[in-house]
Design a protein around this ligand. Structure first.
Ligand SMILES: NC(=O)c1ccc[n+]([C@@H]2O[C@H](COP(=O)([O-])OP(=O)(O)OC[C@H]3O[C@@H](n4cnc5c(N)ncnc54)[C@H](OP(=O)(O)O)[C@@H]3O)[C@@H](O)[C@H]2O)c1
Length: 340
């Protein structure tokens, strides 16, 4: 085994869109696992929009990174050496070490063996991982969606959005996706079978476009983008509507004072609308049951997913930038080692 490994650390606090100049590659010695510790070789690292909120040095819902810290991410890895009786050499695990080729853990936090499965390994960090589960619990627990309801999903071609849109279709809802560009909208309509797809970049008036696609109003907004879209959608919400605040990909790169304000709040009273956020780990105990249900949908061809895979840990900062710019779509991953 190599004596050193590479990782990507935060080189300066980020203002606006993060990119390669904000990070540095470090070479570190491979640590020797101590009592109870597990050494993991990372196979995949994720690019997560929410990771942006840790890069400015400001307090968010997760603590900010300090300069020199490894950039955060979810991972799939393989145990290299284990001094922990719950894990053996060769075990495949989901974990959260970040943009790094190796990680050392005692097995706490988000660290779990991957259940035997005939699905591709990368699904465990994508459609069956944090983004897919955010869609699942956002719809089922937070929104409590019901057959026949009308749902709008923003950033609908992303992994969270596309998974939410398809689960809602499986559950018998009418689903309108909002995404940037004709290629993404065509995929939502033609491949995922959504009832409508709106290109927000081309729409003169997004509220009117949604009104035309959902003339009877919107029961559930599953929002991944942030305040501007929430404010636009609020006047379209039906009685007892629910807004799931999944993420704010349109706001993460803005200074707090530049984030769009929400003005259309009277709808909360007149239409008894509820707006609620989630952190997917609140549902950690229910992950295996949700993953089993979603795996069955994937195998039945009812739940599709797309991935954009980069090779090499040094690609992570550019991949992170591409993800925000919407250059590609689906789950963005970096492959750091070949799959076993
Ligand atoms: N609550 C939780 O526990 C939890 C867990 C995981 C993820 N999340 C959240 O879920 C959301 C989606 O995550 P994801 O991994 O699937 O990423 P994603 O939706 O693929 O995010 C990247 C996409 O966001 C869109 N975007 C970027 N800037 C935008 C802007 N200013 N306005 C509108 N759209 C913009 C772009 O798509 P277009 O080309 O369509 O513009 C881009 O491709 C994120 O906000 C994330 O933070 C929440």
């Amino acid at each position: 085994m190599a004596e050193t490994y590479r990782c990507v650390v935060l080189a300066r606090f980020v203002d606006g869109l993060a990119g390669p100049d904000d990070f540095a590659i470090e070479i570190r010695p491979v640590p020797e696992p101590g009592d109870g510790e597990i050494l993991v070789r990372i196979i995949y690292a994720s690019l997560d929009p929410g990771g942006r909120s840790r890069l400015s040095g400001r307090v968010s819902y997760i603590p900010p990174l300090a300069l020199g810290d490894v950039a955060g991410a979810f991972n799939i890895g393989q145990v290299v050496t284990s001094n922990n009786e719950a894990y053996a050499t060769g075990d495949l695990v989901v974990c959260s070490f970040g943009w790094t080729e190796m990680g050392l853990s005692k097995g706490g936090g988000y660290f779990a063996k991957i259940q035997a499965s005939d699905l591709p390994l990368s699904t465990w960090i994508g459609v069956l991982g944090v983004p897919g589960l955010t869609a699942y619990f956002g719809l089922k627990r937070v929104a409590g969606i019901k057959a026949g309801e009308t749902l709008v999903v923003t950033s609908a071609a992303g992994m969270v959005g596309a998974t939410a849109a398809q689960i809602a279709k499986i559950m018998g809802c009418k689903v309108i996706g909002v995404a940037g560009g004709p290629e993404k909208c065509a995929w939502l309509r033609d491949e995922l079978g959504l009832d409508g797809a709106i290109d927000y970049k081309a729409a003169d008036d997004l509220g009117e476009a949604i009104g035309a696609a959902a003339p009877d109003g919107v029961d559930v907004l599953f929002d991944n983008v942030g305040n501007r879209f929430v404010d636009t959608l609020l006047p379209r919400m039906n009685m007892n509507g629910r807004i799931v605040v999944s993420g704010q990909v349109g706001d993460y790169n803005l200074a707090p004072e530049d984030v769009h304000g929400i003005k259309n709040t009277r709808v909360f009273i007149t239409h008894r609308v509820r707006m609620e956020g989630l952190v997917v780990f609140d549902d950690l105990a229910q992950f295996p049951a949700a993953q089993a249900e979603m795996a069955a949908w994937i195998k039945a061809g009812k739940l599709l997913y797309r991935e954009k895979i980069y090779d090499g840990v040094e690609q992570a900062p550019q991949a992170f930038r591409d993800m925000f710019e919407g250059t590609y779509f689906g789950r963005h991953l970096v492959r750091l080692a070949p799959e076993p």
